[in-house]
Design a protein around this ligand. Sequence first.
Ligand code: NOJ
Ligand code: CA
Length: 550
Amino acid sequence: MAAEWWKKAVVYQIYPRSFKDSNGDGIGDLNGITEKLDYLKKLGVDVIWISPMYCSPMDDNGYDISDYYQVDPMFGTNDDMDRLLFEAGKRGMKVILDLVVNHCSDEHEWFVKAKQDPDCEEAGYFYFKRPEDGKEPNNWRSNFGGSVWTELPDGRWYFHTFSKKQPDLNWENPKLREKIYEMINWWLEKGVAGFRVDAITFIKKDLTFASRETEDGLRYPIENLTDYPGIGDLLAEMKAKCFDRYGCMTVAEAPGVSGDTFRRYAGENGYFSMIFDFTWENMEGETDKSSVEAVERWKQRILESQRFTSEAGWSGLFLENHDQSRCVNKYLEKDQIGFAGASAMAVMYFYLCGTPFIYQGQEIGMTNAEWNSIEEMDDVRAKGMYREALEQNGDPQKVLEYFGELGRDNARTPMQWCDGKNAGFTEGVPWLKVNENYREINVKAQEERGESLLAFYKKLTALRHQEPYASVFAEGTIRPVLKELPAVIAYEREWDGRIVTVAVNFKKTEQEIPVVGGKCLLSNEGELQQMGERYLLKAYQAVVFDGMIK
Ligand code: NOJ
Ligand code: CA
């Protein structure tokens, strides 16, 4: 059987607010995306994932949906969406949307009704408690800081995994589930090719809602209660009633799902086509990320994850998304940021077992911004944590530093299209500041330069699509090689008697590897130097061969 279509796809994530503004209001929009479809096509993108563009009060930039059927006026109209789908289709690209169904917005009509009338049908779509002592129903801590409970004026408390403007939906209620499935199928009928599925491991609750012990006496983090027993029934039902009927692509946000649970989620007949591999994204605690030791730790995590996931199912591979800092900052020390490191990382993840996702701006090497105050930031999470630090005698300065380095706003600064006003993102005032380095780092400059990261990403996608290599990457096994070489991440992919070898030197100095037979398909640092039976890899040199190590 041929590999499922999405195994050969390259996906590009768009955070619509920050991609391209078409009408000068300072906020990116759907027509802005349509304008840039040719750019994406040239980059070699097959599937575009658009972060939420539905009606929303934008407490969490659209991850708080008040109408699942309407595009928010800020982003355009449903007609604009139809046009975008049509224009993408014309160019052979598919569109997947963000499916946010763990919670909705407190301004969704369901919640508005539920607030007004405790006995209405919609009240059963949420979790309400009316504790006798009038206190917070339990000690669970929301993902964005503070309690998971918020009190209403009538003495009821409602549950929210994220901000208090994101009440959780009650998946125990079959009527609610039907409403969700109806909505999913409505979009699939319209022609979207699938979904990135938000925060899905939270939909099953511990229905005892009992407080939990914590060592520090502070609140109990809700993220410890993901993938709660019984969730499988809910996910299997959604798959059968929606996804299976359309052969669509689904990629779940399910951090923490590993081992045999991974199989249930992303194995053959899993609930989803794939889940994102979050196992190696976190570099917190590394004091020198570019050191051999840190790279070795990273490498172990990557290889271990690949060993398991390649055999058990399929992953979404990423270096960046809208919840992370920029990959050049995350994985490299400041003095190592540049083309070599960025392209080396790109090669390393692009040919692993899984579907590669590129986040907007990653292909031109966009970096974290400089944040001088909490006011400059926008992220509801950063603001929530800052507030919590102020209230609980914490250190707000530390929070600021933390989010400056690791915060989500870093990936949300406007896309840098050119060196003109506002980096070509908007004619108006951008909703979030433009990174000051846009004069050096922008699409136009890199399109003009033959040797740019953007040009290199085009080569990466081209190789991913070129047969027979496309089949090797989609269907082949993976085997680590040269494991003993410090800070070299190397692997072979094999399918149908053909072997492709990928080798990346993450060391700050050059390093020798044995000669690889066959032709060199890709190199980020020019010609390979050969000395007898050895190749000399420069610092951050990455190579791909049609052949195996001799
Ligand atoms: C995960 C999303 O990626 C993030 O941006 C959002 O804040 C939460 N889920 C809540 O929907
Ligand atoms: Ca706009």
